[in-house]
Design a protein around this ligand. Structure first.
Ligand code: FAD
Ligand code: EPU
Length: 352
């Protein structure tokens, strides 16, 4: 039996709270950081219970999914709440759509596979992205011509301060490129507990990202369907992104920067090979991987921290790099891209 340090009330916590817990296996960079306190929640009651305990309520909190978009630069001096909410449900359907709700602790790729097996179309281009469903709206995950927001319907999130559940629709989330309200104005205020997707009964196949068509051809696919697209995306991803189980990383470390068209045209005079894609707003998105490669970083290492040899946008931990070493490397990359191209990169990975 424990007593609340503030009000003296007797508490009967059913959850296991671990102290000074290693997070090395809980972040895909494999950084050896610790959490002062660590617990896992598998129900709303669990969340409520832990947040109603004054000993933990006042601490800094980190909601942890698969740890695939985090860089620990120090030990976490608070409580890590590992999301273990499970369950997938078809909650509704109409003439055009299936409405599928997933609890936040489901693994993203398994959820995508479930949708593909059931012919719920839309998420196939987002196959093989690591992490949990609950983190997917945080940065509006995207890949191969599709973003989460294209098929998102709504989410439920637990408000940490007032301990109530709020529903957010697509516009409430203020999704942008690797952005949402949860990374900005509402940072650290909510725990996402479930996400509902609106998935197509009649697939709209998206092979606009050039590499997909090439891969489908190489696979000798006769009939293109969501299964084939998912397989093609998995093949492309496996061929160029390092597997975190083998080399620590968190995917793209930086966002692809957006510049005004004039700046792009100016850069093109000196660098005719520069890679950029025109956006609907008239600006141009530059390939950060290309900029970093041109600065000579591709394949470089400083100690155990490095820049991946096939994808310069991915920073890697070859063994025992510290979070600060990866961070310092990222700063050197930022500085050199700024010096050479006058372009400011922004980190995509959440720095803790
Ligand atoms: P975590 O790393 O655990 O958390 C990320 C952030 O979200 C943290 O701030 C955390 O506190 C917060 N958070 C997590 N869960 C919740 C919750 N339930 N409620 C509130 N806050 C929460 N991303 C892409 O967009 N596209 C890609 O193609 C892509 N490819 C990748 C490839 C590799 C090899 C790797 C390692 C990463 C890649 N990523 C990609 C990044 C990453 O997979 C995604 O950002 C993913 O959604 C992170 O999920 P996670 O559960 O691991 O989040
Ligand atoms: N490039 C280089 N050198 C490199 C890497 C890339 O020149 O070392 C150039 C190539 O010309 C290539 C272009 O950059 O054609 C784009 O590269 P790629 O197709 O690999 O995609 P990316 O822009 O580097 C983005 C996302 C990925 C996502 C892929 C596929 C961001 C920050 N990254 O990468 O997302 O999987 O497109 O859609 O937008 C992530 O967010 O973690 C992530 C992996």
């Amino acid at each position: 039996m424990k007593t609340c340090v503030i009000c003296g009330k007797i508490l009967n916590l059913t959850m296991k709270i671990l102290e000074n817990q290693s997070l090395k296996k809980r972040n895909t960079f494999g950084i050896d950081a610790t959490a002062k306190y660590f617990t896992e929640f598998s129900s709303i009651e669990n969340i409520h219970e832990i947040l109603s305990d004054a000993r933990y309520f006042t601490l800094n909190k980190l909601i942890l999914g698969g740890g695939s978009n985090l860089l620990f630069t120090k030990n976490f001096d608070g409580i890590v709440l590992k999301n273990n909410l499970k369950g997938i449900e078809l909650i509704n359907e109409d003439a055009e759509y299936y409405y599928v709700r997933s609890a936040a602790g489901e693994a993203w790729h398994s959820f995508v596979m479930y949708c593909i097996e059931n012919n719920f179309a839309g998420l196939e281009n987002l196959s093989l992205i690591p992490g949990n469903v609950g983190a997917s709206p945080m940065q509006n995950i995207g890949a191969y011509g599709v973003e989460l927001k294209d098929h998102f319907y709504e989410l439920e999130a637990y408000h940490i301060a007032d301990k109530t559940i709020h529903t957010f629709n697509n516009s409430d989330c203020k999704f942008g490129y690797r952005e949402s309200v949860f990374k900005r104005e509402l940072k650290n205020q909510y725990i996402i507990i479930s996400v509902t997707f609106r998935l197509l009964k009649k697939p709209k196949l998206n092979t606009s990202y050039g590499a997909i068509e090439k891969e489908l051809e190489a696979m000798n696919v006769k009939e293109i369907n969501i299964q084939a697209i998912s397989k093609a995306v998995c093949n492309i991803r496996s061929s160029k992104l390092p597997n975190p189980a083998e080399i620590g990383n968190a995917g793209s470390f930086f966002k692809n920067p957006e510049v005004v068209k004039g700046k792009y045209e100016f850069l093109k005079i000196s660098y005719p090979e520069i890679v950029g894609y025109e956006l609907e707003n008239g600006n141009v998105k530059l390939a950060a991987g290309w900029l970093i490669e041109q600065c000579g970083w591709k394949g470089k290492t400083i100690g155990d921290a490095g820049v991946h040899k096939l994808q310069a946008l991915v920073l890697v931990n070859y063994g025992n790099a510290k979070g600060t070493e990866i961070f310092d490397l990222s700063q050197q990359i930022l500085d050199s891209v700024k010096a050479k191209f006058g372009v400011e990169l922004e980190r995509e990975v959440n720095i803790i």
